[in-house]
Design a protein around this ligand. Structure first.
Ligand SMILES: C[S@@+](CC[C@H](N)C(=O)[O-])C[C@H]1O[C@@H](n2cnc3c(N)ncnc32)[C@H](O)[C@@H]1O
Length: 273
């Protein structure tokens, strides 16, 4: 993966790990449980959980495959993996690894999961194709992305708060990304079908977070938005927090859309591959 961007993403998630767990029960866990459910796992299955974070989908997957199954849960952030090891201590079938999933070599998993990770790949299509090839012919794949508009308000208000506090121009809107074109049920289903999956289903997993001051800030420090605070000292971060909450309050923002698209399908038969 391109080194600068990879390091930036890794640093953000390294810093976010403990707060990521705190945000988990509000956000990551319901989405992860729905991602694991879409893979229709059976006892004894071998599962690859890519970009596992602190285990939102890996932990329910490990429960579903049981003691005879295996879940290889992989994330490039060491602190995230350490947190997952702590949270999954009673599930020996869950093996947590610190690695870049786009370089993972093992193959022939019964199922491949990736919750909210594929859009971080430097080439989302090539990285996803590579993940899909880790599943055996006829294996299940479940890949979750944000639906159009999800999470955006939090990022926008954080950007305004950082600009106001640091007296700098507002950060530029991010570069256009493939996800912007496939963040609806139909376009995402078409894209997954183009990846060679059959019987593709995409379900919008509706979720809204109440933007209480605690949760509104946890969304920033317990997610990839943490990148927006990189390089700021503790006093400046505290000033940003207050400004962000003031701006949300002034505009009457009480809710954050965090809806995801849970896409799943089956890999083609051995002959088709
Ligand atoms: C938004 S979090 C999602 C974590 C988890 N799947 C969940 O749903 O809670 C994205 C995760 O992807 C990881 N990640 C991004 N690119 C990666 C890569 N190429 N290899 C391994 N992990 C990656 C980050 O470290 C981060 O933990």
């Amino acid at each position: 993966m391109a080194d600068d961007r990879k390091e930036e993403i890794q640093r953000a998630f390294d810093a976010a790990a403990a707060d990521f767990t705190a945000l988990g029960r509000h956000l990551w866990e319901p989405i992860g449980a729905a991602t694991a459910a879409a893979a229709r796992l059976r006892p004894g299955d071998r599962v690859f959980d890519a970009c596992c974070g602190t285990g939102a989908s890996a932990i329910p997957a490990a429960r579903q495959v049981g003691a005879d199954g295996v879940v290889d849960a992989v994330d490039m952030s060491g602190p995230m993996v350490a947190e997952l090891r702590r949270l999954s201590a009673g599930l020996p079938q869950l093996r947590a690894h610190e690695a870049d999933v786009t370089e993972w070599e093992a193959e022939a998993y019964d199922a491949v999961l990736c919750g909210l990770g594929i859009f971080f790949f430097p080439d989302m299509t090539a990285g996803t194709d590579r993940l899909i090839r880790l599943a055996r012919p006829g294996g299940r794949v479940a890949l979750t992305v944000w639906r159009d508009g999800a999470m955006q308000l939090a990022g926008r208000y954080l950007g305004r708060a950082v600009a106001a506090v640091t007296n700098t121009p507002p950060a530029k809107e991010r570069e256009p990304h493939l996800l912007d074109r496939i963040n609806q049920v139909d376009s995402y289903a078409d894209w997954l079908t183009g990846r060679g999956l059959v019987d593709v289903e995409v379900v919008a997993h509706e979720l809204r977070l109440a933007m209480t001051p605690e949760l509104a800030w946890l969304v920033i420090i317990g997610s990839g938005f943490r990148r927006g605070l990189a390089g700021l000292d503790a006093d400046t971060v505290e000033a940003v927090r207050r400004q962000y909450l003031d701006l949300l309050r002034a505009d009457g923002v009480t809710e954050l859309d965090t809806t995801t698209l849970i896409g799943s399908g089956t890999t083609g038969s051995a002959q088709e591959q």
